[in-house]
Design a protein around this ligand. Structure first.
Ligand code: ATP
Ligand code: MG
Length: 429
């Protein structure tokens, strides 16, 4: 089979050519080849070569010895980085993750043999010819994920491959070969050897992919998440398990892929699983999410909890007031994220009706002010004009004024705001 090259591979061709001019073998490998076959956009271009790392270093002007001990050199060309790795064979894996020793070899076949799945074990030559000794094309055509060689051995060598398997199943809409799947079930307890950071990366890619719901299904069915190094709260683990049981729960995440941002997908997942704020926070911490991401996700859950309380209000006026308070407290941006999630979560019955969500949306769009910054009065204005010493009253007044301005009970101009503050100040006496 001969393939035409997509742009990222064309840009990397000079590297392969240069290696070959020096009588080394050099081919494209890994995800770039897989995604070229599938006609999908390419993330990073990996090159495998018979040249030793020190020989690669000599041939290219700009390179970084990124993973010298594993034979990987990063070559930089036109500000794009390419990983060039010497053909190698791995043996005697330590702690079900790291190969204890790396043996450089001169044959491509041996290098492809160490790779995880058949679709990741294809090589593409400079002339566009595909080399596929383990049937990757056949498996891709049949949408099958299959280990290279004996799946039991492969997952025992490196337990991370089990999570990669579930990720590929989800992202590429595959079905695992029976022996591959059985081996995952058999060796899932080995996941405890994998660093939580790696677990996070895989889960994140699963959720960010084209079919997050499918990945979730396989993640739940594999039971892998019960075997990670640091445990999730029982509440979270139980919810995840249940989420795969009933038909209703299965429908819940049908439209998860329509949410653009992966953090919104995480928030939707926590909401759909009815996780408490504490359980969400714990899960994110265990999974080593950055504080920034954690904050975004938990804020949306907090909004959800607040809105569940408010939605009991039958009266439109109170509903709007409650919603505007939420917007002011958590920010317009997060509030609109929450709305977007509510539109995509297929809860039955719908927690928030279409009509209600539309109202909330238009109230959000029409809110005249939502932050203290936008309020045409400052704390200093208040202390000066009311001739009162600064204290907790200042922020209390500002908060009340902001809410009134947001509800359009007051105009957002200095005179009106001051007059109202003066009134409260007087009532105090
Ligand atoms: P993506 O870049 O989309 O995450 P990928 O398959 O390119 O997927 P990389 O981590 O970039 O994944 O690895 C490049 C290649 O290295 C893979 O395609 C595979 O051939 C091999 N590989 C990566 N991780 C492993 C592993 N844990 N075990 C065996 N081979 C692996
Ligand atoms: Mg890759």
């Amino acid at each position: 089979m001969r393939l035409s090259f997509p742009e990222p591979i064309i840009s990397a061709l000079p590297i392969v050519r240069r290696l070959r001019e020096h009588h080394f073998e050099a081919v494209f490998v890994g995800g770039a080849v897989r995604d070229t076959v599938l006609g999908l956009p390419i993330k990073d271009v990996d090159i495998a070569t018979s040249a030793r790392p020190e020989q690669v270093l000599e041939l290219f002007e700009r390179c970084i010895p990124t993973g010298l001990q594993h034979g990987t050199i990063t070559v930089i060309q036109a500000d794009i980085t390419y990983e060039v790795t010497t053909f190698r064979q791995e043996s005697a894996y330590e702690s079900h993750r790291k190969p204890e020793s790396v043996l450089y070899i001169t044959e491509l076949d041996g290098d492809l043999l160490r790779r995880d799945f058949t679709m990741n074990a294809m090589a593409l030559a400079e002339d566009g010819v595909l080399y596929d000794p383990y049937g990757g094309i056949y498996d891709l055509q049949n949408k099958t994920l299959r280990s290279v060689g004996d799946p039991d051995a492969r997952f025992q060598e490196d337990a991370l491959r089990m999570l990669r398997a579930v990720r590929f199943i989800g992202v590429y809409g595959l079905t695992p070969a029976i022996r591959t799947w059985r081996a995952i079930l058999r060796h899932r307890h080995l996941l405890k050897f994998i660093a939580m950071e790696r677990v996070q990366v895989e889960l994140d890619k699963m959720l960010a992919g084209a079919a997050p719901q499918r990945a979730l299904h396989y993640a739940a069915a594999s039971g892998l998440l019960f075997h990670i190094k640091e445990t999730l709260l029982a509440e979270t683990a139980f919810a995840l398990k249940e989420a795969d049981r009933t038909a209703e729960a299965k429908r819940l995440f049908n439209r998860l892929h329509e949410l653009q941002s992966v953090d919104l997908r995480w928030a939707a997942l926590a909401i759909g699983l009815h996780l408490s704020i504490d359980a969400t926070r714990q899960a994110l911490q265990v999974l080593r999410f950055s504080n920034t991401r954690s904050k975004v996700i938990t804020t949306i859950i907090e909004i959800h909890k607040a809105m569940l309380g408010i939605s009991e209000q039958v009266n439109d006026r109170e509903l709007r007031a409650g919603w505007l308070e939420v917007i002011i407290r958590f920010g317009k941006h997060h509030a609109s994220d929450w709305l977007e999630i509510m539109r995509k979560l297929e809860t039955v019955p719908q927690t928030f009706s279409e009509g209600l969500l539309n109202d909330l949306m238009s109230w959000l769009e029409d809110i005249p002010v939502s932050t203290l910054k936008q309020l045409k009065i400052s704390g200093r204005d208040l202390t000066n004009q009311l001739q009162r010493e600064a204290g907790p009253w200042v922020s209390e007044y500002l908060g009340r004024l902001l809410l009134m301005a947001a509800l359009e009970q007051l105009d957002n101009n200095k005179a009106a705001l001051l007059a109202q503050a003066a009134l409260w100040n007087k009532e105090r006496d």
